[in-house]
Design a protein around this ligand. Structure first.
Ligand code: GCB
Length: 607
């Protein structure tokens, strides 16, 4: 291989190897005409990848015929045929949903599993068809009617394939091979404190659009300007100019703009009187965007967010972020959230706690979660799984992290609730990490200059002095960090002796503190795992933190107990991280009420 070829190969590896789908995702997919492919999918557990690799370990789909894999979906049609798999005689899994919580055999499974779904459609020639996956963990290969559409990596972000020319008139089948094997160079890497739920965990839709359709749009207030709505519309499938109309009937806005011949138009709409979106008044306006052949509807809130010295200003007014951290998990199922009702349950608990803010840790949550946060009035910290020790020097790992971040921003840019993009959690300070994460900060700012950028940093301790000076913080908008005083270090009763030296003139956000307790287990406040011990840590933490100059919010760890393979105490944990303020059966622990009281106090202070 000559030098140029090597460079080309390297570029190819870094740009395409984590996914080979052809398109940017369509904006606001749940508003589109679609056939839902949710429901029962047949599945085959395939730990040896028999359905993917031949006996020399070569992928069948890279052979000349492209045949031989489980995606052929063959059956034994006569007594002479010998097919060593058969989807139609296999059980089914519900989609959306992880596999671990649906089949006892799969609770700890990390490997390959095949899904198959039949559907019927009569495609028409005036429509485009898009096969959309809202999330599949972690890597998947997607086949339609026995032909490969492409691959995708990243367990929490959506992706899609244009299948317009690939659908049969009538019966069709989709086969997806999903692999959730943990790998060092992936995002996240092999070590996490959450369950590695595998499968097609979010919705699958077959979307139909007109040939020329609105693929993307943004309608939000301009940076720090309460009187100007700014955005863009992108019409796909045209190579001439076209008129698009942006309407907000309640504001009597109906403005027509002309796209360029790539279908893109950026616009500004001055506004006089607007009810601003906030947790106290989560006002959403109906927005309608029309092009020659297409029409999209959204419900959008308008607000500004910025920091000035140590203050966070929402619509110009100083705010305290009364938050809680949340995982994408239904504790009652011990599995990923599957429905609006699941998501509402968590957000309703957060509201009951007195929250105006949630940290959706540690990866991109369901798009519906953000829409519900808009509707219910909860501000959001959204995050990517750059967690602990990623492979900082691998360009492919970086490209993967950046892609997950960019797709999350692309998907949720119209949500008023999202005020913070977080680029990672508890990453170790070193030059390679600083370069990696520094680039992520620049990327966020290039994609969205209207929101804050943060990361959950760590502290340094010496005696009773705690310092926060990670230089990544220079590039961030918040002094945000995790600290586990009373639990991972020190004793709860010692906490009042600690003082903080935070080297940033920025709002201080405690992105995590917490302690474990088994609901219903009682003892004195020195008894590990008792509700009383957890309560004491909350009381003393809140007392210590409240003295901090510049404290503007917190998201204690965590709303509900969650499953984790790292939590092995057979009496108190049994594979559950017990730092929840609510147990996995929905019982509120004592510390829930401690935090609730504190948030009542903060509400009065920030009236
Ligand atoms: C952390 C991590 C979080 C863990 C938590 C814990 O610092 O950010 O993912 O679950 O601590 O419980 O140890």
């Amino acid at each position: 291989m000559n030098y140029r070829k090597i460079i080309f190969a390297l570029i190819a590896i870094t740009t395409i190897s984590f996914n080979t789908y052809s398109q940017k995702i369509i904006q606001n997919v749940f508003d589109r005409e679609a056939i839902s492919l949710n429901g029962s999918w047949n599945y085959i557990i395939d730990p040896y990848q028999m359905g993917y690799l031949d006996y020399r370990q070569k992928p069948f789909d890279e052979s000349k015929s492209g045949k031989g894999g489980f995606y052929d979906n063959l059956h034994n049609v006569s007594k002479e045929t010998k097919v060593e798999y058969d989807f139609s005689n296999e059980p089914t899994l519900d989609v959306p949903g992880d596999w671990n919580s649906q089949d006892q055999r799969l609770l700890f499974y990390e490997g390959t599993l095949w899904y198959k779904k039949d559907f019927v459609i009569k495609p028409t020639t005036d429509q485009n068809y898009i096969l959309y996956f809202a999330a599949v963990n972690y890597e998947c290969h997607v086949y339609l009617n026995g032909k490969k559409l492409g691959t995708h990596k990243g367990g929490f972000t959506p992706f899609q394939f244009d299948v317009t020319s690939k659908l049969n008139d009538g019966e069709n089948f989709v086969v997806v091979m999903v692999d959730n094997t943990r790998k060092k160079d992936e995002v996240p890497t092999i070590n996490t404190d959450w369950w590695n739920y595998g499968g097609i965990t979010r919705d699958v839709l077959l979307v139909s659009t007109p040939k020329e359709y609105i693929n993307d749009y943004k309608v939000q207030l301009a940076k720090d300007n309460k009187k100007l709505i700014e955005g863009f519309v992108k019409v796909e499938g045209i190579n001439s100019t076209q008129d698009v109309v942006v309407e907000i009937p309640e504001l009597k806005i109906k403005s027509t703009f002309q796209t360029d011949n790539q279908g893109l138009v950026k616009f500004n709409i001055p506004v006089k009187k607007l009810t601003y979106w906030s947790p106290d008044s989560p006002k959403l306006y109906d927005v309608k965007i029309t092009s020659k052949l297409d029409e999209v509807h959204d419900k959008i809130g308008f607000r500004t967010i910025k920091t000035v010295d140590k203050n966070i200003l929402l619509n110009g007014k100083s705010i305290f972020l009364k938050g809680i951290s949340v995982h994408d998990e239904n504790p009652l199922l011990g599995g990923r959230l599957r429905s609006d009702a699941d998501m509402r349950m968590l957000l309703t608990w957060a509201k009951e706690l007195g929250c105006n803010y949630v940290r959706l840790a540690h990866y991109t949550h369901n798009e519906r979660m953000l829409q519900l946060a808009d509707e219910m009035g909860l501000l959001v910290w959204a995050e990517v799984p750059v967690y602990w020790t990623i492979s900082w020097t691998n360009p492919e790992t970086y490209a993967n992290a950046e892609n997950q971040l960019a797709v999350g921003i692309e998907r949720d840019k119209n949500r008023a609730s999202v005020i913070i993009w977080s680029i990672g959690n508890e990453t170790p300070v070193n030059e390679d990490r600083n370069a990696f994460m520094g680039k992520l900060v620049d990327k966020v700012r290039a994609l969205d200059d209207t929101r804050l950028v943060a990361a959950a940093l760590e502290i340094e301790r010496e005696g009773y002095k705690i310092t926060v000076e990670d230089h990544l913080g220079d590039k961030l908008d918040l002094a945000s960090f995790n600290e586990y005083g009373g639990w991972y270090w020190s004793n709860a009763k010692e906490l009042p002796k600690y003082s903080y030296d935070i080297k940033f003139n920025k709002p201080v956000i405690i992105s995590e503190f917490g302690a474990g307790a088994l609901a219903g287990f009682h003892g004195d406040d020195d008894t590990m795992w008792s509700e009383e011990h957890q309560e004491l840590i909350y009381i003393n933490q809140l007392e210590m933190l409240d003295k901090m100059d510049g404290l503007r919010g917190m998201t204690p760890w965590i709303l509900v107990d969650f499953k984790s393979p790292r939590r092995q105490n057979p009496v108190f944990q049994n594979f559950w991280n017990r730092k929840g303020l609510i147990s996995n059966t929905g019982e509120k622990k004592k510390a829930f009420f401690t935090l609730q009281e504190y948030y009542k106090k903060k509400t009065k202070e920030y009236k």
